[in-house]
Design a protein around this ligand. Sequence first.
Ligand code: C5P
Ligand code: MG
Length: 193
Amino acid sequence: MFNIILFGPPGSGKGTQAKKLAEAFELLHISTGDLLRSEIKNGTQLGLEAKRFIDAGELVPDQVVLGMLRSAVEKYPEAKGVIYDGFPRTIVQSEAIDAMLAEDQERINVLIALAVDEEEIVQRILERAKTSGRTDDADEDTVRARIQVYKEQTAPVFDYYDRADVAYELNGMGSIDEVYARLSKLVEQAQTA
Ligand code: C5P
Ligand code: MG
């Protein structure tokens, strides 16, 4: 299996790029944010619990996200690999996914962090809010809170995988196609490494 974490702050282009990569490299794309939003849309208990965290720009508790992730992965036992988008968000989640993969003698092969200037991501998210219908995108204070949460709780995930020598940072500025060109090259290199 070939397992990628597509990493970076909110609005760095993870979702957009993960979709393109998943198609080109025939990998399963798992976005925990999309899964949470679908739980909310379906009015499930999990969705109900998650909504107040998401609306506040905070993280949903690890055990909730991990349970949801496990059932998502288990649905696709034949997957040749997975692109994790928006997950792991904490060190606890990182240790849990590593343990889960280790049960099958698998691991995270590469983590790629999309680096984008802070003001650029705020502008991208406020622009996305016009069509995404995401309440957490529409309010600038919530957007800035999410960036702060990223810095405090999520950025350490990069260092965690850097210690395993699988973390890379990629310039995420520029057009979707420009970023994809850089990204796909790096994924090809990682796949043959
Ligand atoms: O990944 P995405 O930006 O779509 O996530 C939207 C929101 O969902 C986050 O701001 C956070 O509140 C919640 N989330 C989370 N834990 C994850 C993924 C998303 O708490 N692993
Ligand atoms: Mg996303």
